[in-house]
Ligand binder design. Structure first.
Ligand code: URA
Ligand code: SF4
Length: 207
């Protein structure tokens, strides 16, 4: 596998729709084999804010839509508390196919974090989305998105909620906690409040 670059349309007229259709044919890494469908970004094609998660989960893989499962419901709640309408933001993931392992043969599908090489392989799709949507602020939800956008050495714990510059592009990036990490946290209310605080920073930066 050689990565997604050869599958990403790069004509001047590409749009999120043409990209979203092309991603279905991507064979840039091995993840397309076991997944049901690719999950591309969703939202206004000219959104001021782009949210980037890790990869689709079980429900996203079944529906083809990003952040529609439990993490998505928590994200919607955090956005609403920060005064952001989910309908106004473009939501996508660092990796477009679901990576999982089976609990037992034919059993429940358990999320597995994508490998660095899968993140690198899929990066051309995210780059194309950023180029086409041209957001004012990009939000990295969690460490995977943070590394995909900022580089492999990125440390979320050191930079959460800060105004960062996207390498090469000079675009504004804010990294925050992944909604799934909020769901897993023992001190869930405090971690949720931190996510909402960071989204308020995003709101201010997006104008
Ligand atoms: N977690 C993610 O990172 N992305 C989704 O789309 C759903 C869950
Ligand atoms: Fe292509 Fe990304 Fe899917 Fe891999 S995960 S096949 S690079 S779209």
């Amino acid at each position: 596998f050689e990565g997604a670059a050869g599958y990403v349309p790069n004509d001047g007229r590409r749009t999120v729709r043409t990209l979203g259709r092309a991603v279905e044919k991507c064979r840039g890494c091995d993840l397309y084999k076991e997944a049901t469908t690719a999950v591309f970004g969703d939202g206004p094609p000219d959104a001021a804010v782009m949210l980037v998660g890790e990869q689709p989960g079980d429900q996203e893989d079944r529906t083809g839509e990003p952040f529609v499962g439990p993490a998505g419901r928590l994200l919607d709640k955090a956005l609403a508390e920060a005064g952001i309408d989910r309908a106004d933001v473009y939501v996508t993931n660092a990796v477009k196919h679901f990576r999982f392992r089976r609990e037992s043969p034919g059993g429940k599908r358990l999320h597995q974090a994508p490998t660095l090489s899968q993140m690198v392989a899929c990066h051309p799709w995210l780059e194309a989305e950023i180029d086409v949507v041209d957001p004012r602020v990009i939000v990295a939800l969690g460490a995977t998105a943070g590394r995909s956008l900022m580089g492999r050495d990125f440390r979320l714990t050191q930079h959460r909620g800060e105004e960062l510059a996207l390498p090469g592009g000079g675009r504004v990036v804010v990294a925050t906690t992944h909604p799934s990490a909020v769901l897993r946290a023992p001190d869930r209310d405090a971690v949720f409040a931190g996510l909402v605080d960071d989204l308020r920073v995003v709101c201010a930066l997006a104008g």
